[in-house]
Design a protein around this ligand. Structure first.
Ligand code: ATP
Length: 307
């Protein structure tokens, strides 16, 4: 069952589509990594899914609920960890949670119990009575996550949850995401870091320029991308200086000073070796390979310009 679905979801700001006809599906209980560079439209999508902003066109459903028609119901079953802000620096961690619990109308005694449990879950039990203003970025992020969990949501939307964290903080955040999945929650999280999305996600959606470029499990993404393509790596003895290739390729990019990755519609190893040899290079290795998710991401998002 899909817990999140969108139909041509679109948000236009000043004539430019921040989110452009997005058709997303996220399975219940999955960790969905929403991957894209800065300005791709990740935050806008999350705000649309939570009913915090209105779409210009299209529809969004969370747990079968039409977000535009019933935004309050969607907020009741969702948790949101924003990319920044959202905490009161002059209140303690415990009081921040108590304050927010009032908005959910959680009875005071239940809220106290829940706040303590959540502070323990995110490893902040010892800092419960300290003012948040003095917290490190990692501590603030963990408190924001605890806050997002106050209403025991079915779906969690985490906007760049590891942003600004040191490597250890990022590892801990990923562990928390896995733990939430084990507890049966669906986690929709955005990131611009491929490796972390690769590490924790069951499903991935790659967004750029407001458009969903590809989505599915890592294997599905690779399969979709591979369709009708051959991937070739060539290694030369001399450092490669190339402006273009005459051999017909879909794309090529340099992968290190002596290495070239080529995507073509058929096996063109012989032509490639011939062309490079003709330019004076000694080819020391040429082989077909499966693309890594990183290659898929770079290719889809940046094309050849940044190779
Ligand atoms: N309120 C707004 N008014 C005008 N333009 C906006 C607004 N919010 C977002 N945009 C624009 O929409 C595009 C998508 O922004 P968005 O914040 O959704 O991207 P993002 O993928 O979350 O990026 P980042 O990783 O930098 O947070 C950007 O070009 C941004 O400038």
């Amino acid at each position: 069952m899909n817990i999140i679905e969108t139909e041509n979801l679109t948000k236009v700001y000043d004539g430019i589509a921040a989110v452009d006809r997005l058709n997303l599906t996220v399975k219940k209980g999955a960790v969905y990594g929403f991957l894209g560079p800065n300005g791709a439209g990740k935050t806008t999508t999350i705000l649309l899914l939570l009913g915090l902003i209105q779409p210009t066109e299209g529809r969004a459903y969370v747990a079968g609920i039409d977000v535009q028609e019933k935004p309050v119901e969607v907020k009741r079953i969702s948790g949101f960890m924003p990319a920044e802000g959202g905490l009161y620096p002059n209140l303690t961690a415990f009081d921040n949670l108590m304050y927010i619990s009032k908005f959910y109308r959680i009875p005071k005694e239940d809220a106290k119990k829940r706040a303590r449990e959540l502070l323990e879950l995110v490893g902040l039990e010892d800092a419960a009575d300290r003012k948040v203003g003095g917290f490190s970025t990692g501590m603030k992020q963990r408190l924001l996550l605890a806050q997002a969990l106050l209403n025991d949501p079915e779906v969690l939307f985490l906007d760049e949850p590891t942003n600004g964290l040191d490597p250890r903080g990022a590892v801990e955040m990923r562990e928390l995401i896995r733990r939430l999945k084990k507890d049966g929650k669906t986690v929709f999280f955005s990131s611009h870091i491929l490796s972390e999305v690769e590490e924790v996600s069951d499903e991935i959606g790659i967004i750029s320029g407001g458009k969903l470029l590809i989505s599915g499990s890592q294997e599905e993404i690779k399969r979709k991308f591979i369709e009708g393509r051959v991937f070739i790596t060539v290694e030369t003895k001399q450092p490669l200086v190339l402006n273009d290739l005459n051999t017909e390729v879909i794309e090529w990019r340099k992968a290190g000073s002596n290495r070239l990755t080529v995507y073509a519609s058929r096996d063109i190893r012989e032509e490639l070796v011939e062309e490079l040899t003709g330019m004076g290079y000694t080819v020391i290795d040429v082989h077909l390979h499966e693309p890594t998710l990183e290659e898929v991401f770079l290719e889809l998002v940046y094309g050849r310009e940044e190779g």
